[in-house]
Write a protein that binds this ligand. Structure first.
Ligand code: NAD
Ligand code: ZN
Length: 257
């Protein structure tokens, strides 16, 4: 049995009027699929280590074997889980309006729910490349039978450098094309929905302000207040998997297109 979720009326109105929608997502978007955000308490093998350090260029320099094992574990987790009702609702909405997804997530749950052309600001957990010569690695790395805390990263076939995850670490620059696409899309949007991001990791966290300054309505969906809340035109304190299906249903009446 599901509890009724009430969509703010003002949000339904703004969404019905919007021709171009951008959904900007963060780790909270995938939380109900079972992927932890970086601010959830970590359990298991990596409890003693901060995700912010493991996901940083310094973390890799300090201990590539620890970082590699953590990413393989996250890679496996990301493939084991499924898109949630929020990802599915976004994909369905995209069949009815001009909608783009710009995500900080490195999982591929939006794609698996049916959204195409997702802009990945922070790369992908399923892409690997050489840390020395940047050559993409075509092979999917071997996964240990059970999670281990340390594992030697494989070596590049071209230069023998260490293979690393194809994600953007704290302290690294975003891929230029993805950033340019994100800025272009929020600048052209009438409505930018910000879902499941704490709004503290820049430059991604600057996108809602760019959207506002270019005339879009900014709406936040997050169970708790964030650094984005003050600039949002409207905030809805709900979770992604509860809010988005209800919103899309309210906007499009739940009927056929
Ligand atoms: P964050 O961890 O800083 O913030 C997550 C936000 O999601 C919080 O504001 C929290 O209140 C909210 N939230 C939690 N559960 C939610 C739910 N069910 N519905 C809606 N919102 C919910 O994450 P961030 O802002 O994305 O930034 C941190 C960095 O973490 C990013 O660089 C991102 O690449 C990385 N990250 C990605 C994944 C992933 O790919 N799934 C997972 C963890 C971290
Ligand atoms: Zn190499």
């Amino acid at each position: 049995m599901t509890e009724t979720v009430e969509v703010p009326r003002a949000l339904v109105q703004v969404a019905q009027r919007a021709h171009r929608v951008v959904v900007l997502t963060g780790a909270g978007m995938s939380a109900e699929s079972g992927l932890a955000t970086f601010r959830d308490p970590e359990n298991g093998l990596w409890q003693r280590f901060s995700p912010q350090h493991l996901a940083s260029a310094e973390g890799w320099e300090d201990d590539p074997e620890l970082v590699w094992a953590w990413y393989l574990w996250r890679f496996e987790r990301a493939h084991d889980v499924r898109p949630n009702a929020g990802h599915v609702a976004i994909a369905q909405w995209g069949e009815r309006v001009d909608l783009s997804v710009v995500t900080q997530n490195v999982d591929n749950l939006h794609e698996r729910a049916g959204t195409s052309g997702v802009v990945h600001l922070h790369g992908s957990i399923s892409a690997f490349r050489c840390s020395a010569c940047a050559q993409p690695s075509a092979e999917t790395p071997d996964l240990p039978a059970a999670p281990v805390q340390r594992l030697a990263p494989p070596r590049c076939a071209r230069c023998d450098g260490l293979i690393r995850p194809g994600v953007v670490w704290f302290g690294e620059t975003l891929p230029e094309q993805a950033w340019a696409d994100a800025v272009a899309r929020v600048s052209e949007a009438d409505l930018v929905l910000v879902v499941g991001t704490s709004g503290i990791v820049y430059p991604a966290a600057g996108l809602p302000a760019i959207a506002r300054s270019e005339g879009a309505a900014v709406v936040e969906i997050n169970p708790v207040p964030t650094d984005i809340s003050d600039l949002a035109d409207l905030t809805w304190r709900e979770t992604a998997a509860r809010a988005l299906p209800t919103l899309v249903d309210a906007v499009h009446g739940g009927g056929s297109p």
